[in-house]
Design a protein around this ligand. Structure first.
Ligand code: SAH
Length: 350
């Protein structure tokens, strides 16, 4: 199965339903995971720094036009408190994520990154949307290690429909991803599975794109409709045979195939996956190719407002509760908690 997998094989495996064949897929993905990134599960503490956003993404609950939510923006000291908590809880990385919020200024973020790098041993990942090149350059110079920007779907027509460009600007996330690689960031991207209008054929292209870009991190989660968004009600879907469902097994097939295609990548078992199967979604992801989890560090008073999709798992927990719960789940499936920053394993350097 491994090494020989081309687009047509990926397409066939994406639609596989035979339980015995799927068992082979799960087993292969798990073996490839163990051989390439080992049994350690790395923890990346998520800091949801702001829910302000200038974009109008059709899928996302914190989009500009959602007037029904209370907006918040963390201060530098809020973020630093989350970073110290990450150290206390034994995490190796913090991920500062937000809407595309220019209230989080270039200098403001650069100062936070410099302080975290100077005062803690943490790796710093940023996930702040499609920021101008000068911002990305400055943050890298300040010491940011990684950047996450999902391309969401490789179907450009579908992408434009669900992610309208800002007035007068032509956004291409692939251009930004190339630029991030050039700047020396470790680069993460990813997709949502089951976007209305997403077909099996584009999903196969998405997975092939992960390999082409040689991504360091690949996040895959189900699309979850948010009622206060355009895609939350009666969206246009592809014909029955072509439309990808946003169900757990389809997400797991994507994760497993991605592990086989990109053996050394860091692949999270996402909160969105844990949201559609609260009892064991997280574990299933880890047992079918994933090696990362992203426990939430955001203080509960802000966390409830970062509602990119509804009924998000873990939304009312504190950071400490999140840490305990995830550690328990990791140990229960015979895995260990990673130490250090958990940078991407690379056999061959770029
Ligand atoms: N503003 C940043 C961070 C966005 S949130 C950015 O745009 O990159 C991170 C990810 O959450 C998004 O990239 C998207 O893939 C996912 N997401 C947003 N809304 C979602 C929804 N309704 N269902 C599932 N995933 C969603």
């Amino acid at each position: 199965m491994i090494g020989t997998m081309g687009r047509e094989d990926v397409l066939r495996w994406l639609r596989e339903t035979d339980p015995a064949n799927l068992n082979d897929l799960w087993q292969t993905a798990d073996e490839v995971r163990r051989a390439n990134v080992g049994d350690e599960v790395h923890l990346r503490g998520l800091i949801e720094a702001s829910n302000y956003c200038v974009r109008r993404c059709g899928y996302c609950g914190i989009r500009l036009e959602n007037r029904a939510i209370d907006r918040y923006r963390m201060t530098e000291s809020d973020v630093m408190n989350c970073a110290s908590l990450a150290v206390t809880l034994g995490y190796g990385t913090v991920v500062i994520q937000a809407g595309e919020d220019y209230g989080l200024t270039r200098d403001g973020i650069a100062t936070m990154v410099r302080r975290i790098k100077a005062e803690t041993p943490l790796a710093v990942t940023l996930s702040l949307g499609e920021r101008p090149d000068d911002d990305l350059v400055e943050w890298r110079a300040a010491g940011a290690d990684r950047y996450l920007l999902r391309f969401e779907t490789s179907d450009s027509e579908l992408y434009d429909r669900i992610h309208p460009p800002r007035a007068g600007q032509q956004g291409d996330r692939f251009d930004i991803l190339r630029r991030l690689l050039e700047l020396g960031y470790e680069v993460g991207s990813g997709i949502m599975v089951g976007i209305p209008g997403q077909t099996w054929s584009t999903l196969a292209n998405d997975l092939m794109m992960f390999r082409e870009f040689d991504l360091d991190m690949i996040g895959i989660g189900p699309f979850i409709p948010h009622p206060q968004t355009p895609l939350g009600s009666t969206p246009e879907v592809a014909p029955v045979d072509a439309q990808v469902p946003a169900d757990e097994e389809t997400v797991l097939r994507c994760i497993a195939l991605t592990r086989i295609l990109c053996p050394e990548a860091n692949i999270p078992s996402t909160t969105a996956l844990a949201t559609i199967n609260r009892t064991s979604g997280r574990e299933h992801g880890l047992q079918r190719g994933a090696n990362i989890v992203m426990p939430n560090l955001t203080p509960p008073r802000y966390r409830v407002k970062y509602e990119i999709y509804p009924a998000k798992a873990c939304i009312e927990e504190t950071a400490e509760q999140c840490a305990m719960c995830l550690a328990g789940r990791i140990r229960a499936i015979g895995r260990t908690i990673g130490t250090g920053q958990g940078a991407r394993h690379r056999r061959v350097h770029r």
